[in-house]
Design a protein around this ligand. Sequence first.
Ligand SMILES: Cc1cc2nc3c(=O)[nH]c(=O)nc-3n(C[C@H](O)[C@H](O)[C@H](O)COP(=O)(O)OP(=O)(O)OC[C@H]3O[C@@H](n4cnc5c(N)ncnc54)[C@H](O)[C@@H]3O)c2cc1C
Length: 290
Amino acid sequence: MVSVTRLMEKILFGVAKQWIAGDSINDALESAKFAYKNGRHAIVNKLGEYHTSKKPINQTIKEYKVIMSSFRKWKVRGAISVKPTQVGLSISKKECLKNFQNLIKSASLAHVFVWLDMESSEHTDETMGIYQDLFARYERLGICIQANLKRSENDLKDLLNYGAKIRLVKGAYKENSKIAFVSKDKVDKNYIYLMKLLFKEGNEFGIATHDSNMIKTAIRLSKKFHRRFEFQMLKGIRDELKPKLLKKGFGVSDYIPYGTNWLPYSIRRLKERKRNILLLGSSFLQSHRV
Ligand SMILES: Cc1cc2nc3c(=O)[nH]c(=O)nc-3n(C[C@H](O)[C@H](O)[C@H](O)COP(=O)(O)OP(=O)(O)OC[C@H]3O[C@@H](n4cnc5c(N)ncnc54)[C@H](O)[C@@H]3O)c2cc1C
C-alpha cells in the first residue's frame, strides 16, 4: 500500500513538473532547446541547496560543467544559475569562492554567462562579496537582487558603481519585517523604484518577474532609456505572455531547473500563488476519484 506521504509527494510532483525540466542533464538541455526553438534563451539551474558535504557539491560542479560545454553541441544559447549554498557557502565563504572560481574557468572556455542566485538574507553579504571577487576575473557574470529586502537599494547602487550585471526579482524567501518589506504593495513599490535605478544607471540586466504591472513599467522605461535588458521568467509560468514580448522585440529567458531535489523549489512556487495551491487541491481530489 502506498503511504500517505508517498501519495502526497506523487500529487505534488504532478503539479510541480510544469516548472521543472526533469531529473537529468539531458532533460534540462531538451528544455533549453525547446525554449531556444521558441525564440527564448535558457538559464539552467540544478536543483539542490544548502549542501554541507563535498560529494553533492562536487557532483553539482561536475554537472554544471557538462551543461556549459554541451550548449554549443545542442545549439542552445544558455546560461547557468548557481545557488551559492549548492557550491559550498554552507561550509564556508572560502570553499564557495574556490568552487565558483573553478566553475567560471569552464564558463570562460565555453563563453557561458553565469548567474549567482540570491538566497535568504543570512547569505546576502557573503554572496555580494563572492560576486565582487569573481566579477573582477570574469565579466559574463550576474547577481540577483531582491526587492523585498530593505538593504537592496544600497546593494544595487554599490553594484552599479562597478558595472555589475543584475537580475532584479521580488524575493522568494520569507524574511523578518525588520529587514524586509512584507506586504505585496511595498515589495512592488520597491521593485519599481529599483527598476528605475537599473534603467537610469545600469545596462545588461534582467527584469525577472511574472507580474504584468512590473512588465508594463519596464516596457515604458525601455522607451525612455535605451538599455540592453531581457525579461526572465520561470519555466512554465506566463507562457502565454512570452511570445507576445518576443514579438515586441524584447529578449526573454526561461529559468529552467532540473534534478531530483525538486521539493523546496516547488514549495516556493506554490506559496507564490493561491491558484497553484488550488491546483494542488484539485489534483488531490482527482487522485482520490480514480
Ligand atoms: C528568472 C528568475 C530568477 C529568480 N531568481 C531568484 C533568486 O535568485 N532569488 C530569489 O529570492 N528569488 C528568485 N526568483 C523568484 C522571485 O523572487 C519571485 O519569488 C517570483 O518571481 C514571483 O514573483 P513575481 O515577480 O512573479 O511576482 P508575484 O507578485 O509573486 O506575482 C505576480 C503575478 O505573476 C504571476 N505568477 C507569479 N508567480 C507565479 C507562479 N508560481 N505560478 C503562476 N503564476 C505566477 C501571477 O499572475 C501573479 O499574480 C526568480 C524569479 C525568476 C523569474
